[in-house]
Design a protein around this ligand. Structure first.
Ligand code: DUC
Ligand code: ZN
Ligand code: ZN
Length: 475
């Protein structure tokens, strides 16, 4: 008997990439895709994909795991639960943030995060660095050295006292990133305006969770988006505008592109299916929806949908940032119950990202299958230096595959999501389309809503430079 040609064949499925939809089998050896064709030969293992879409594993390039979030507050996910939830939702790579605390070096921050992640991940991971203390050592020594080691993206904040950078610090950080050829993600909200409004709300006795939304208005996001784009224009370096919630911020992105700037834009599920009214629920339930920027209104939802359709957005990420609800270390902190100011910012969503876009986007005809794959996988790989190892189905790529049942109807419920939070903001939402099997580097790692193999299969991924840094004008 001759030896099988492949370790594994995924047989009979419909392959979907950012460019094509076609029927073929996929041959896998040593974790890589080695053949794509009709009626491939026998393999040691066969995975039947009849009736299923076979897509590149989801890449969620915006998640927060085990991030320090203030005194007495504990993020609901560690690397085990966060990556388990990602896997159950059809993802094979996630990109969490590594937060530099003031006074620490980037290396110290990385040491801590790697220690937490090592041996605990169900998916591959790769870190963005959050720069909160742009000292000469960070800008001049660490950023260039770390870029060479594969940490090719950083994030800066324009809001949150203690985290936000002033404009001169942002300029210096952008300039350093330009020299080290790193791409910079920017959280765009005007801190001074927000702090002023929070004070006003509290003075008026408006302390319920809903006023998280009224104290972070669209104008505060639009102004900061314009400023971030202007600062990037001054330095002449690409930036990513993350978690965009509304039309006015989108218009800033479009205008900057017309001026010739290299920009990527990102939106998230919460801006497509939630509104500020969700923060207005009784009994503190609105705290379940507190995130920044806050969900807006129906007009903003429509704008974000059109941005996914027409290319203002390149990325659709979860901004998974989970806190438990019924927990004094989560949303129900003692101070948070007194004022929205202290409610930890963020909601879970890494498991529900793909089903929400598939059901509300593909099934409704707003976007096609190719765009779905681009927005959820391929563009993340290109922007953050993982393509074509990740983000596509091609000979030579990692065999990271999500087998998707396009007709499976599910009601989203927290028990199915595998994360550490005690709620999902999408509880009870009916969706059509769900991941049924996931392969990570050729191994079947998820089937029927549960991990097949234990934690620790996920690897850390050093990355190349971003496509935007490498001279391309768009993804
Ligand atoms: N920004 C994020 O990117 N995620 C959660 C909270 C925040 O402000
Ligand atoms: Zn942010
Ligand atoms: Zn985030």
């Amino acid at each position: 008997m001759t030896a099988p040609s492949f370790d594994t064949v995924v047989r009979g499925g419909t392959i979907v990439t950012a460019a094509d939809v076609y029927q073929a089998d996929i041959g896998i050896t040593d974790g890589k895709i080695v053949a794509i064709g009709r009626d491939l030969q026998e393999a040691a293992t066969t995975i039947d994909a009849t009736g299923l879409l076979v897509m590149p594993g989801g890449i969620d390039s915006h998640v927060h795991i085990a991030q320090p979030s203030g005194e007495g507050i504990v993020m609901a996910d560690d690397f085990e639960s966060g990556t388990r939830s990602a896997l159950l939702g059809g993802n094979t790579t996630v990109m969490p943030f590594c937060l530099q605390q003031k006074g620490d070096t980037l290396r110290e921050a990385l040491k801590g995060y790697h220690a937490l992640a090592e041996g605990n991940c169900f998916t591959d991971i790769s870190f963005h660095m959050i720069v909160s203390d742009p000292t000469p050592h960070v800008l001049g020594q660490e950023m260039p050295a770390l870029a060479e080691e594969g940490y090719t993206s950083i994030k800066v904040f324009m809001t949150y006292e203690g985290l936000r950078l002033r404009d001169d610090e942002i300029l210096a950080t952008l300039d350093a990133a330009k020299r080290s050829r790193q791409v910079v993600l920017v959280h765009c909200e005007n801190e001074d305006a927000i702090r002023y409004l929070i004070g006003r709300r509290e003075a008026d006795g408006d302390t319920a969770p809903y006023h998280h939304a009224t104290s972070r208005p669209i104008a505060a996001e639009r102004e900061a988006t314009h400023r971030a784009l202007s600062l990037a224009e001054i330095v002449d370096t690409p930036i990513v505008i993350v978690h965009v919630s509304n039309r006015e911020a989108m218009e800033e992105i479009s205008r900057a592109r017309l001026r010739g700037q290299k920009i990527a834009g990102e939106t998230c599920p919460q801006y497509l299916v939630l509104t500020a009214d969700d923060l207005d629920l009784e009994d503190f339930e609105g705290a379940k929806f507190v995130c920044s920027p806050p969900p807006r209104d129906k007009e903003s939802q429509d704008a974000c949908w059109s941005g996914l359709e027409n290319g203002v957005f390149d990325l659709y990420s979860s901004d998974h940032c989970p806190f438990r609800f019924d927990d004094p270390g989560g949303k129900k902190t003692e101070k948070g119950m007194q004022s929205f100011r202290w409610i930890p910012n963020g909601i879970p969503g890494v498991a529900t990202r793909l089903p929400i876009l598939f059901s509300e986007g593909v099934k409704t005809g707003r976007i096609d299958l190719n765009r779905f794959v681009a927005l959820t996988s391929t563009n993340h790989a290109k922007l953050y230096g993982l393509y074509p190892q990740k983000g596509t189905i091609a000979v030579g790529s990692d065999a990271d595959l999500t087998l998707w049942d396009p007709e499976l109807r599910k009601t989203i419920t927290n028990d199915d999501l595998g994360h550490g939070a005690d709620y999902t903001p999408y509880e009870g939402m009916e969706v059509t389309g769900w991941p049924v099997k996931v392969l990570l580097r050729g191994d079947l790692v998820m089937e029927k809503g549960a991990p097949v193999l234990g934690k620790g299969r996920g690897r850390y991924l050093p990355r190349k430079r971003s496509n935007l840094i490498n001279g391309e004008t768009s993804l």
